[in-house]
Design a protein around this ligand. Structure first.
Ligand code: GUN
Length: 293
């Protein structure tokens, strides 16, 4: 069993980005600039955004954090999006999800200029992704592709089972892995809450992508020997022995599944760190106008 080390890989990629930033600056170019909008006090969202801003600093990007109270109106938030769209100093920005219930997330995503949509959530980027055109790939699926590529895990002709059909992870990764591409050419099964006999589906997987948000859901007897496991789950479970009263676990029961795996991502230290790194890569692409010249 090989552990896919998201920490090490993300550090390597961040070093590569930092070198590119230095080269851009030396050539007199503009420092890439990411903005993040955080609404409300959701602890997980706060942690994610903190990590995104900190990572910007590590690679030499400029970053701007815009924080607003959960009581912000939809129109006020849409106005912030418009300002960011029009601000030439900002290369890319994200609006951290979830948003408070009174705000229509789809409306906010649709308001983002696709050229600055470094989360890859806008339907223009999503559609381009589905058609294999240049686009911003959503950060988590992009991170998964890089893990598979850099660990040289073969994907062509493999059976990939994806657990969960979210717009952010399950649906895009199922499209990406079925595309004709260097990391792709999989036969993909996208499973969800209505799938019959989930363990039987999962047992067919050469590559399993678990993204359902249920702690330690996938058990050892659900997987076949030699499976490649990409665990996207980041779930907080109570742990009185831990300093902050909780610990993080994935969607896969690591103790049971790891011994049967050929490759597996740990939680923490796996996909989560790659998500942040991918956002930086997308921001660099935005700054270089690589996707939309
Ligand atoms: N919430 C959970 N994951 C993400 C993400 O990748 N981007 C944004 N904007 N919100 C999220």
């Amino acid at each position: 069993m090989t552990l896919i080390d998201g920490k090490k890989l993300s550090e390597t990629i961040k070093q590569e980005i930092a070198q590119e930033v230095e080269a851009i600056q030396k050539a007199g170019g503009k420092t890439p600039h990411l903005a993040a909008v955080l609404v409300g006090e959701d602890p997980a969202s706060q942690a994610y955004v903190r990590s995104k801003v900190k990572s910007c600093e590590q690679v030499g990007f400029q970053s701007t954090l815009i924080r607003r109270d959960a009581s912000i109106s939809e129109q006020e938030l849409l106005d912030i999006v418009t300002q960011l769209n029009e601000d030439p100093s900002i290369d890319g920005f994200i609006v951290q999800l979830p948003l408070p219930k009174h705000i229509d997330e789809n409306k906010v995503i649709l308001a983002i200029d696709p050229r600055k949509d470094v989360d890859g959530f806008h339907p223009v980027n999503f559609g381009r992704m589905a058609q294999g055109l240049p686009c911003f790939i959503p950060a988590t699926p992009f991170g998964i592709l890089q893990m598979l590529e850099r660990y040289e895990i073969p994907t062509s002709g493999k059976h990939c089972v994806v657990l969960g059909r979210s717009n952010i992870v399950g649906t895009p990764i199922s499209i990406l892995l079925s595309r004709k591409a260097k990391v792709g050419d999989c036969t993909v099964t996208l499973t969800h809450s209505r799938t019959k006999d989930l363990p039987a589906e999962v047992r067919r997987a050469d590559i399993l992508v678990a993204a359902i948000g249920i702690p330690e859901f996938v058990k050892g007897d659900w997987v076949k020997e030699g499976v490649v496991v990409i665990d996207v789950g980041i779930n907080r479970v109570d742990d009185p022995t831990a300093k902050n009263g909780y610990r993080l676990v994935g969607d896969v029961d690591f103790e049971e599944v790891a011994p049967k795996s050929s490759f597996i991502t740990p939680v923490p230290g796996g996909v989560g760190l790659m998500t942040v790194t991918s956002l930086l890569l997308n921001t660099l692409k935005a700054a270089k106008k690589e996707i939309y010249p």
